[in-house]
Design a protein around this ligand. Structure first.
Ligand SMILES: Cc1ncc(COP(=O)(O)O)c(C=O)c1O
Length: 461
C-alpha cells in the first residue's frame, strides 16, 4: 500500500530527468528501496543487476564498507565549507592523489560539482588562457558531431546529440564540428568493422587509415588562430550511442592539436576510473591533454563531485597580482565538498585494497567475448565494446544497416523486457548497452549475459 501511495505521490510532484513522464501513466517507475554490490532491490524485494552502474558512476558496488566509513568519518568532522580562501585536508590529499594517477603534466586540480561543470570549467579556462597570453582571437571550439559533454548551455554548444539540444539551438554558441569516428556508419563510407580490442584491451582501427580526420586537418590548417580547444570523449562516446573508436584516431587528434597550438580537452567523465580497463582512457593512447575532466566514478559514484585537471602552463597564465585581472572567476557552492572528497578518497583506497584494475582483464575478456553471442539475433547489427562497457545496435536490416522507425521504440521495449529479467538495460535510442560496475564477478557477468539472451528471446528479436 505504502509503495503504491509513494508512486502516486511521485507522479503528482516529481519530474524525472531524461524521462517522458507520460510513459509512466500506465506503468510504474522502478521504486528502488536499497542496493548492495551490483544489485538494486525494489520495494517488493525483487533484485535487479545495476547493469548501467547507476548512470555510469558506481565502480566498487553499492553499500561498500570502505567508502561508507570514509564518508561517515568525515560527517563527524566537517560536512561543508566554501572553498575560496579556505581549504581542508581531504581536498588537499585528493588533489595530490589525482596528480599521482594522471599524466605528470597535469598538476593542477580545480574541483566542481558534476560532469557538465567539469567541462564548462575547461571551456572557460581555455578561452581565458588564450586571452591572457596574447591570443585574443582564440575563442572557438571543435567538437565531434555526436559528442556529449553535459546539459549546461556551454557544454550543449559542444554536444552533438540532436534530440538533446534541438530546442536550444539559438541559445548555444557556434562551434566547429568534425565527423564522428563511428565505424559502423563510417563517415567516409569505408566498409569497416567497429574497432577490435587488442590483447591489452585497446580498440584498434581495422581496415582504414582514419580518413575521417581529414576535415580536422583542413580546419586546423585554416583556422587554428581562432580555435581555443578541441573537446572529445576518449575512445568511448557515451551518450552519442556507446560508440567505440580506434586509439589511432585519438593519438592523431592529440598530435594535431599539439602541432597547431590548440588545447586538447579530454572529457573522461564517463571513461575515467577504470571503465575502459585502464584507470583513464588516455592511457591506451599514451597522450596527455591540456585539460582532463573527471566526475562520475571520481567518488566511486557515491556523491556528486568533479574535477578539471590542467597543467602548470595553464595555471601560470592566471597567476599574478590581483589587479592584473587574471583571476579565474568561477566556482560553485559545493566545490570540494568534504563528504564528496571523503568518498573519492575512499574509492581510491578501494582501488588499492582490492586491486581493482589488476582484477579487470579477465572480466573484460568474459564480457567482450560473451556479448558477441548476441550477434545471433537478427536485429543486432553491430556489437562494440571496450573495458567494462559493451553495446549492441539494433537495426531493422543487418545488410543495409537500416534503423528501425523511431516510433517503434525498440530500445525502450528491450528496457521493459529487461526489467522482467532483472536487468536495467536503459537504452540510448536503439543502442542497448552494459556499463558494468568494476566489482562485478565473472559469474555475474555470465548471468547478466544469459539474462540479456533471455530478454532478446522474450521479445522475439
Ligand atoms: C562524457 C560525459 N561528459 C559529461 C557528462 C555530464 O555529466 P553530468 O551529468 O554529471 O553533468 C556526461 C554525463 O553522462 C558524460 O557522459
Amino acid at each position: 500500500m505504502e509503495t503504491e501511495r509513494l508512486l502516486d505521490v511521485d507522479m503528482k510532484f516529481l519530474w524525472h530527468p531524461y524521462t517522458q513522464m507520460k510513459d509512466y501513466e500506465d506503468r510504474d517507475l522502478l521504486l528502488v528501496d536499497h542496493a548492495d554490490g551490483v544489485y538494486l532491490f525494489d520495494a517488493k524485494g525483487k533484485r535487479y543487476y545495476d547493469t548501467i552502474s547507476s548512470w555510469w558512476c558506481i565502480l566498487h558496488g553499492h553499500n561498500h564498507p570502505t567508502i561508507k566509513s570514509y564518508v561517515k568519518g568525515q560527517l563527524d568532522r566537517l560536512e561543508q565549507i566554501h572553498f575560496a580562501g579556505t581549504t581542508h585536508e581531504g581536498a588537499i590529499r585528493l588533489a595530490e592523489r589525482l596528480a599521482s594517477i594522471t599524466p605528470e603534466p597535469l598538476t593542477r586540480v580545480f574541483y566542481s560539482d558534476d560532469g557538465s561543470t567539469a567541462c564548462e570549467v575547461a571551456i572557460k579556462m581555455s578561452v581565458q588562457y588564450w586571452k591572457q597570453t596574447g591570443h585574443k582571437s582564440k575563442d572557438r571550439f571543435i567538437a565531434l558531431e555526436r559528442g556529449y559533454h553535459g546539459d549546461t548551455i556551454g557544454t550543449m554548444s559542444l554536444g552533438g546529440v540532436p534530440a538533446f539540444k534541438g530546442p536550444f539551438d539559438r541559445l548555444t554558441f557556434d562551434s566547429f564540428t568534425i565527423p564522428t569516428p563511428y565505424c559502423y556508419h563510417c563517415p567516409c563510407g569505408i566498409e569497416t568493422a567497429s574497432p577490435a580490442c587488442d590483447s591489452c584491451g585497446t580498440p584498434r582501427a581495422s581496415g582504414c587509415a582514419i580518413e575521417c580526420l581529414e576535415p580536422l586537418r583542413r580546419l586546423l590548417e585554416g583556422r587554428a588562430e581562432d580555435i581555443a580547444a578541441l573537446i572529445l570523449e576518449p575512445l568511448l562516446m557515451g551518450a552519442g550511442g556507446m560508440i567505440v573508436y580506434p586509439v589511432e584516431y585519438l593519438q592523431e587528434v592529440a598530435r594535431l592539436c599539439r602541432r597547431y597550438g590548440v588545447h586538447l580537452i579530454l572529457d573522461e567523465v564517463a571513461t575515467g576510473f577504470g571503465r575502459t580497463g585502464r584507470m583513464f582512457a588516455l592511457e591506451h593512447a599514451g597522450i596527455c591533454p591540456d585539460f582532463l575532466c573527471i566526475s562520475k566514478g571520481l567518488t566511486g559514484g557515491y556523491l556528486p563531485m568533479s574535477a578539471t585537471m590542467t597543467t602548470e602552463d595553464v595555471f601560470s597564465a592566471f597567476y599574478g597580482d590581483y589587479n592584473e585581472g587574471k583571476t579565474f572567476f568561477h566556482g560553485h557552492t559545493f566545490t570540494a565538498n568534504p563528504l564528496a572528497v571523503a568518498a573519492a578518497l575512499g574509492s581510491l583506497r578501494v582501488f588499492e585494497e582490492e586491486k581493482t584494475l589488476e582484477e579487470l582483464s579477465q572480466k573484460v575478456d568474459v564480457l567482450q567475448s560473451g556479448i558477441r553471442g548476441l550477434a545471433r539475433f537478427d536485429t543486432v547489427g553491430d556489437i562494440r565494446g571496450v573495458g567494462m562497457v559493451a553495446s549492441l545496435e539494433l537495426v531493422a536490416d543487418k545488410d543495409s544497416k537500416k534503423p528501425f522507425p523511431p516510433r517503434e521504440r525498440r530500445g525502450f521495449q528491450v528496457y521493459l523486457e529487461g526489467l522482467k529479467h532483472g536487468l536495467i538495460l536503459r537504452p540510448l535510442g536503439d543502442v542497448i548497452y552494459l556499463f558494468l560496475p568494476l566489482c562485478v564477478t565473472v559469474d555475474q557477468i555470465n548471468d547478466i549475459l544469459s539474462r540479456c539472451n533471455a530478454t532478446f528471446e522474450g521479445l522475439g528479436l
